[in-house]
Design a protein around this ligand. Structure first.
Ligand SMILES: Nc1ncnc2c1ncn2[C@@H]1O[C@H](COP(=O)(O)OP(=O)(O)O)[C@@H](O)[C@H]1O
Ligand SMILES: [Mg+2]
Length: 1045
C-alpha cells in the first residue's frame, strides 16, 4: 500500500496489509473495531472490504462524492467511492478497461455496493442531455431487474437471485455511452417453491398490489395473493417495502429505458401466465388401457391462460398431460402420471420465467447498448453471489462456489502478476512467496475430461440407467487420490472416518473452506429438461413474446441434439466472464455481513470470521504482502519522512531517490527490510513502516513545538517592536511639544529681558543728553501747560454771573478735579458777594429779616411757606404820612422797626379787639386805633419769650417778665396778619437791643400768665376757625382753647 496517516492507526489499521500480527483473530478484531467506529470500509491494498452497516450512514452525500472525486486513493479514508474513483480515473486517463468485482454472501451489501459505484460514476462523469439520458437508462435498469430477479430470502429482503455483470461503456472523454448486462444463473426454482418465510420474485407481488383493476382484468388476475399457489399465502407483504409503489417505479423505469407499451403488456401477460400456471391442477384418471393418466381437473385457469397467449386450450392440455416419444421412426404419445404432469408444469413455469428474464435483459441491452462504433472504454461491474456454505449444499452451491473459485483465481493471478510486474518494472529482485494457488481446485471442477462438471455431463448424456449414485461412484473412482476431493468412500479407502460426511455426498476443499455437496438433484438440474411438447405448444401460441421465447418449439427446427446442460452453459459463461475480466484491470469489493439479524451496528465475530475465511481475506493479505508490504514513490515518501534526518530536513536539493537513501541510511533499518526500486521505495514488513510512522509522529510533535516556539517568539518580538516604535513616537512628540512650550516661554522671557536691557542701554546712552531732573522738569512743564490751558479756557468760558446759575465746566483732567471744585466754590462765593455788594441797605435788612425768618420758621410752622410771597414792608400803617398817627410817630421817631394793626385777645372772654402795634428799636407799643394813643408800652427787655402755634395762623403769645412794670398785667395774646414778619423783627430787634436771643416756642400747648393766674393754652385744629384768624375760647379759669385752621 502507499502511505497516509489515517491508514496507520495501529489499533484499527485502514489497510489490513499493515496488520501486525497477521492472524484471523487480529483481522476480525480490526474489522470489528473499525465497524464500531462506523468505518465500514477497510482496504487490503486496493481491495475494499465493506461491512454492511444495515443502516443508512451519512457517507454517500454529494459532498462526499466531491471529497473523493479526483483525490488520491490513499489520501482519504477508505471508501467505496475511492475505489470507484480510482477505477474511473484509471479508465478515463490511462485508458485501462476496468472491472469491479463485488463478492460476498447474500445480504452482505453487494447490490448496494454496485449501485453506489454506478451512481458515483454517474455523478462524476460529465453532464449533458444525451449523457444524462444514457446514465438514467443505465441506472433505471436496476429497478426493472430487481423486480424480476430479486426476492425476499431469510437473509435479505431484497436478495438478487441472479448474478449480474454489467459493462458500462465510455467514450474517450469518460462520458458514458451505454452498457451491456449479462445475467447468470437465475434461481428459477424459486418460481415453484420457496422456503417458508421467503417470497417468490418481487414482480408477482408488485403486479397484484400495484396494477389497476383494468390491468388486472386484462391479465385475468385477481388481486388476492392467497389465490395463487406459487405465492406464499402468508407474509405476502413486506414491512418497509411498498410493492405497489415499486411496481409503479418499475413501470416508469421501463418507460425510461424505452419499453413500448405493447412490450410492457406482453411482459406482464407472460408474467401472469407463469403465476396462473401454478394454479393449473392435475388429477389422475384411468385410461382405457388401465394405465393411470393425468388430466386437468379444473380447466378454467387453463382456459384463461390460453386466452392470454392465444392458444388452443386442448393443445396445452395435451402438452401438459402427455408426451410424444420418438422411437426410431415412430412417434408415440404416452400419457403422464400426475407427478410427471406437475413436473412438466413446473418446468414450463420455470422455463417461461427464466427465458422471460433473459429476454428482459436482452431487451434492456438493446436499449442501452452503444449504437455508434466509436472506440470505447469499459468498466465492468460484477455483482454475483459469494461463496456459499449451507447445511445442505446442492447443485446451485456447487456452481456458485465454482464461480467464486474462479474469481479467486483471477484475483491471485492478477494480484501476483501485478506485483511481479511492478517488481520487474522497478528492477527489484522477485523472491517467490508462499501462497495458496487454487488452480488445482478449479481444475478439479472444470477440467474438460476429468472435471466434476464434465463427468456430470457425461452421466446426463449416457444412455442407460442414470442417477446421482452412479455419478458419485464415478467421481469416487476418478478422484480418489485428489487432495481436495473427499467422500465417504475415498475416506474409507484412506481409512479415515469423518462422521460429518454423510453418504451421497462429496466434499471439496475450496480455497475458502471445505464444502460438502449432496448429489441429489445434480443430474436433473444439470439437464434442465423441458418436454418438447411443451416448448412446441408455447411456440404455437399467438403471443409474440412468448412464442419468441421458445424457438426450439418450431417443428421445422427439430433436432435430436440435446440442449447444452446447465453446468456446461454455466462453465462456458464463466469462462467468457473470466476472459472478459482478465482483459481488464480488476478492482475488488468484498462485502461482509456482520450479523444474521439485519440489525444495525451488531457485529458477530464468528459470523464475520466465517466470511473472512471463505472470502479468503487472509489469503488476500498474504498475496498482497507476498513481497513488500509497503511501497511508495520516492517523492511523496521523502516528503513525508524527510524530517527524520538532519540531512534531508528541512530541504533536500538533490534527487528524491538519493534523498530517500540518505534518509533511510540514517535510520538504520535492517537491509532486507528495504528495497530501492527505480521510482519507488519498498518496505518489507508493516512493523518497519509503523516504526517509521511512530518516529515521524514524535518528530512532527517536536517540529510543531519548534514552529510554535518560533512563531510565538516572532509574534512577541513584532509586537514588542511595534509597541516600542509607538512608544518612541509618542515620547518624541511629547518631548517636542514640551520643548516647544519651553522655548516659547524662554523666547517671551528673552524678549522681555531684551526690552529691559535695550531700554536700559538706551537710557544709559541717552542719559548724557539729558539733565538728571529733565523728566520732572518736563512733567512740571507739561502740568503747567495743562493747568494754563485749563485756566485760560476757564476764563474764556466762565458761566453767567447770575446767582441762581450754578453751572461750572467739568475738569478736563482728573488731577484738576479738586481744583475745579474749589474754583467752582470760589466763583460761586464771589458771585454771591458781588450780588450782595450791590444790594441797598434796606434791601439788605429785608433780606436779613427774611433769612432770620427762614431760620426761625422753616419747616416748623406751616404759615411760613405762605408768608414767602409777602414782602416785609415794615410800616403798614404809613405813620409818617398819616397825621392821625402823629403822636405815635413821635413815640417811635426814627427808631421804628415795624407798625401794623393787630388784634388783641381778651384774656377774660377770648374775644379780640383791634390794636395798633409799633415795634421800635427799644419798645413794643400797643395803641388804640381810634385814638391812636399808646395804651401799652413795653420795653423789649421786659419780654420773656414768644409762643406761636405750628399751624398757619397768626396767633402769638407774648410772655412778659413778672418783675417788669407792665408785667403785672400778664402775657399778651395777639393775632397778627403778618405774624412771620412780626416775630422775625421782634427777634432781630430784641437781639440787637439786649444782645440775647429771644426765646421762641413753636408749640401746641403752653401756659401763659394772666393777671388772675396761669392759663394753659391748647391749640386745636378745627374747621370752626375761619381764615380770619384763630378763635380763642376760654375754658374755665385757667384753660383756654385756640381753634386754628
Ligand atoms: N452501504 C450500505 N449502507 C446501508 N445499508 C446497506 C448498505 N449495504 C447494504 N445495506 C443494507 O443491506 C441490505 C442488503 O444489501 P444487498 O446489497 O441487497 O445485499 P446482497 O446484494 O449482497 O445480497 C440492503 O437492502 C440494505 O438495507
Ligand atoms: Mg444482491
Amino acid at each position: 500500500m502507499e502511505g497516509s496517516s489515517s491508514m496507520l492507526d495501529a489499533e484499527a489499521v485502514a489497510d489490513l496489509v499493515l496488520l501486525d500480527p497477521l492472524t484471523e483473530e487480529s483481522l476480525v478484531q480490526t474489522l470489528q473495531e473499525r465497524f464500531r467506529r462506523r468505518d465500514i470500509y477497510t482496504y487490503i491494498g486496493n481491495v475494499v472490504i465493506s461491512v454492511n452497516p444495515y443502516q443508512s450512514l451519512p457517507i454517500y452525500t454529494p459532498e462526499k462524492v466531491e471529497e473523493y472525486r479526483n483525490c488520491s486513493f490513499f489520501a482519504v479514508k477508505p471508501h467505496i467511492y475511492a475505489i470507484a474513483d480510482d477505477a474511473y480515473r484509471s479508465l478515463r486517463d490511462r485508458d485501462r478497461d476496468q472491472c469491479i468485482l463485488i463478492t460476498g454472501e447474500s445480504g452482505a451489501g453487494k447490490t448496494e455496493a454496485s449501485k453506489l459505484v454506478m451512481s458515483y460514476v454517474a455523478a462524476v462523469s460529465s453532464k449533458g442531455e444525451e449523457v444524462n439520458k444514457v446514465k438514467e437508462q443505465l441506472l433505471q435498469s436496476n429497478p426493472v431487474l430487481e423486480a424480476f430477479g430479486n426476492a425476499k430470502t431469510v437473509r435479505n429482503d431484497n436478495s438478487s437471485r441472479f448474478g449480474k455483470y454489467m459493462d458500462i461503456e465510455f467514450d474517450f472523454k469518460g462520458e458514458p455511452l451505454g452498457g451491456v448486462i449479462s445475467n447468470y444463473l437465475l434461481e428459477k426454482s424459486r418460481i415453484v417453491r420457496h422456503v417458508k418465510g421467503e417470497r417468490n420474485f418481487h414482480i408477482f407481488y408488485q403486479l397484484l398490489a400495484g396494477a389497476s383493476p383494468q390491468l388486472l382484468q386484462q391479465l385475468k388476475l385477481r388481486q388476492d395473493c392467497g389465490h395463487y399457489r406459487y405465492l406464499d399465502r402468508e407474509g405476502s407483504s413486506l414491512p418497509g417495502m411498498d410493492d405497489a409503489a415499486n411496481f409503479h417505479a418499475m413501470q416508469d423505469a421501463m418507460r425510461i429505458i424505452g419499453f413500448s407499451p405493447t412490450e410492457v403488456t406482453e411482459l406482464l401477460q407472460v408474467t401472469a401466465v407463469v403465476l396462473k400456471l401454478g394454479n393449473v391442477q392435475l388429477s389422475s384418471s384411468f385410461q382405457a388401457s388401465g394405465m393411470e393418466a393425468c388430466s386437468i381437473s379444473e380447466p378454467q385457469e387453463l382456459r384463461e391462460i390460453c386466452e392470454l397467449i392465444g392458444l388452443d386450450p386442448g393443445r396445452l392440455e395435451r402438452a401438459l398431460c402427455s408426451r410424444t416419444v420418438k422411437a426410431r421412426d415412430e412417434t408415440v404419445l404416452t400419457t403422464l402420471t400426475v407427478p410427471q404432469g406437475y413436473y412438466g408444469r413446473d418446468a414450463l413455469a420455470k422455463n417461461i420465467y427464466s427465458r422471460l428474464f433473459d429476454w428482459l435483459v436482452q431487451r434492456i441491452n438493446a436499449s442501452i447498448q452503444v449504437k455508434s462504433d466509436k472506440q470505447r472504454k469499459v468498466m465492468g461491474v460484477l455483482d454475483i453471489y459469494g461463496f456459499e456454505i449451507f447445511q445442505d449444499n446442492g447443485f446451485e452451491q456447487f456452481i456458485i462456489n465454482y464461480c467464486n473459485e474462479k474469481l479467486q483465481q483471477i484475483f491471485i493471478l492478477m494480484t501476483l502478476k501485478e506485483e511481479q510486474e511492478e517488481y520487474v518494472r522497478e528492477g527489484i529482485q522477485w523472491t517467490p512467496v508462499e501462497f495458496f494457488d487454487n488452480s488445482i481446485i478449479c481444475n478439479l471442477i472444470e477440467n474438460s475430461t476429468t472435471g466434476i462438471l464434465a463427468m456430470l455431463d457425461e452421466e446426463c448424456l449416457r444412455p442407460g440407467v442414470v442417477n446421482e449414485d452412479t455419478f458419485l461412484t464415478k467421481l469416487n473412482q476418478l478422484l480418489a487420490t485428489h487432495k481436495h476431493y473427499e467422500s465417504k468412500e475415498t475416506q474409507n479407502a484412506r481409512r479415515v472416518t469423518d462422521a460429518s460426511l454423510p453418504p451421497r455426498c462429496f466434499r471439496i476443499h475450496h480455497y475458502a473452506g471445505k464444502v460438502t455437496y449432496n448429489v441429489t438433484g445434480f443430474i436433473e438440474k444439470n439437464n434442465d429438461l423441458l418436454f418438447r411438447d411443451l416448448s412446441q405448444a408455447m411456440w404455437a401460441a399467438q403471443h409474440a413474446l412468448l412464442r419468441s421465447l421458445f424457438p426450439e418449439g418450431d417443428p421445422q427446427k427439430v433436432s435430436l441434439k440435446l440442449p447444452p446442460t446447465a453446468g456446461f452453459q454455466f462453465k462456458s459463461s464463466v469462462a467468457m466472464l473470466m476472459k472478459n475480466l482478465y482483459s481488464k484491470n480488476p478492482n475488488y469489493i468484498r462485502c461482509i455481513k456482520p450479523n444474521d439479524t439485519k440489525s444495525a451496528m451488531v457485529f458477530t465475530p464468528e459470523l464475520v470470521l466465517a466470511q473472512v475465511r471463505y472470502l479468503g481475506l487472509l489469503e488476500n493479505v498474504r498475496v498482497r504482502r507476498a513481497g513488500y508490504a509497503f511501497r511508495q514513490l520516492y517523492g511523496p515518501f521523502l516528503q513525508r519522512y524527510k524530517m527524520l534526518n538532519a540531512q534531508t530536513w528541512p530541504r533536500w536539493d538533490r534527487g528524491d531517490r538519493e534523498g530517500t537513501e540518505v534518509l533511510l541510511a540514517g535510520l538504520q533499518f535492517p537491509a532486507e527490510e528495504l528495497a530501492f526500486g527505480h521510482t519507488k521505495i519498498f518496505i518489507r514488513s508493516p512493523r518497519t513502516l509503523f516504526d517509521l510512522e511512530r518516529r515521524r509522529q514524535e518528530r512532527v510533535a517536536e517540529l510543531a513545538t519548534l514552529i510554535q516556539k518560533m512563531f510565538r517568539g516572532w509574534r512577541c518580538r513584532t509586537q514588542y517592536q511595534l509597541m516600542r516604535k509607538s512608544q518612541i513616537l509618542i515620547s518624541a512628540w511629547f518631548r517636542g511639544h514640551r520643548q516647544k512650550n519651553r522655548y516659547k516661554q524662554m523666547k517671551r522671557s528673552a524678549l522681555i529681558l531684551q526690552a529691559y536691557a535695550r531700554g536700559w542701554k538706551a537710557r544709559k546712552t541717552y542719559r548724557k543728553y539729558f539733565r538728571s531732573s529733565a523728566s520732572t522738569c518736563l512733567a512740571n512743564f507739561i502740568y503747567q501747560r495743562l493747568v494754563q490751558k485749563y485756566l485760560v479756557g476757564l476764563a474764556k468760558n466762565l458761566p453767567p454771573l447770575s446767582v441762581t446759575d450754578r453751572t461750572w465746566p467739568p475738569a478736563p483732567y482728573r488731577f484738576l478735579d479738586n481744583t475745579n471744585q474749589e474754583l467752582k466754590n470760589i466763583f460761586y462765593h464771589w458771585k454771591c458777594k458781588k450780588y450782595r455788594d450791590q444790594l441797598s441797605a434796606s434791601r439788605r435788612a429785608q433780606l436779613q429779616a427774611r433769612l432770620c425768618a427762614s431760620e426761625l420758621f422753616k419747616d416748623k410752622k406751616t404759615l411760613y411757606p405762605k408768608s414767602l410771597q409777602q414782602p416785609f414792608r415794615g410800616d403798614y400803617l404809613g405813620l409818617k404820612q398819616n397825621p392821625k398817627y402823629q403822636k405815635l410817630h413821635a413815640v417811635a421817631k426814627d427808631k421804628l422797626v415795624m407798625a401794623d394793626s393787630v388784634r388783641k385777645v381778651n384774656r377774660a372772654s377770648g374775644k379780640t379787639v383791634p390794636r395798633l402795634l409799633l415795634l421800635t428799636t427799644e419798645h413794643l407799643v400797643l395803641a388804640d386805633p381810634k385814638a391812636a394813643q399808646p395804651k401799652n408800652v413795653l420795653s423789649l427787655s421786659d419780654i420773656r419769650g414768644v409762643s406761636v402755634t405750628r399751624f398757619s395762623d397768626g396767633f402769638l403769645a407774648l410772655h412778659l417778665k413778672e418783675i417788669s412794670t407792665v408785667g403785672a398785667k400778664g402775657d399778651f395774646l395777639l393775632v397778627s396778619d403778618h405774624l412771620i414778619e412780626l416775630v422775625t423783627r421782634l427777634y432781630q430787634t430784641f437781639e440787637a437791643t439786649t444782645g440775647q436771643a429771644l426765646p421762641l416756642h413753636i408749640t401746641d400747648r403752653f401756659s401763659t400768665r394772666f393777671p388772675k393766674g396761669d392759663v394753659s393754652i391748647t391749640v386745636v385744629e378745627s374747621p370752626k376757625a375761619s381764615t380770619n384768624g384763630p378763635v380763642c375760647k376760654k375754658k374755665g379759669s385757667n384753660k383756654m382753647e385756640v381753634l386754628v385752621y
